[in-house]
Design a protein around this ligand. Structure first.
Ligand SMILES: [Zn+2]
Length: 102
């Protein structure tokens, strides 16, 4: 959510309609395109988990935009790393699929 609000286009859309309505419209538009919306638990640590090795740092203040994994040395852009982790979660659900409840 914090990452989404950092995207100015998404933040504007969410601020204008509220998050519940944004989610409803996202599901509606995804269904039109035969896509599935997957909702990840809000506490999933997408920003502070290394997308390369899985190491999780204990704290990641929002002001930290780039970081280096202490375990494997990979340099991360905070939002790109989070996006990769979320993609991994979504891909892991293919097969044991968990779509958004209707
Ligand atoms: Zn790592």
């Amino acid at each position: 959510m914090a990452g989404m609000l950092n995207n100015h286009h998404l933040a504007r859309a969410i601020a204008d309609m509220g998050f519940g309505e944004f989610r409803r419209q996202l599901k509606y538009k995804a269904a039109l395109r035969n896509k599935t919306v997957i909702v990840v638990n809000r506490w999933y640590p997408s920003s502070k988990t290394c997308a390369s090795c899985g190491y999780k740092v204990s704290k990641m203040p929002l002001a930290v935009r780039e970081w280096t994994c202490p375990a494997c040395g990979t340099q991360h852009d905070r939002d790109v790393n989070a996006a990769i982790n979320l993609r991994h979660v979504a891909e892991s659900w293919v097969g044991g699929f968990q779509p958004v409840p209707a």
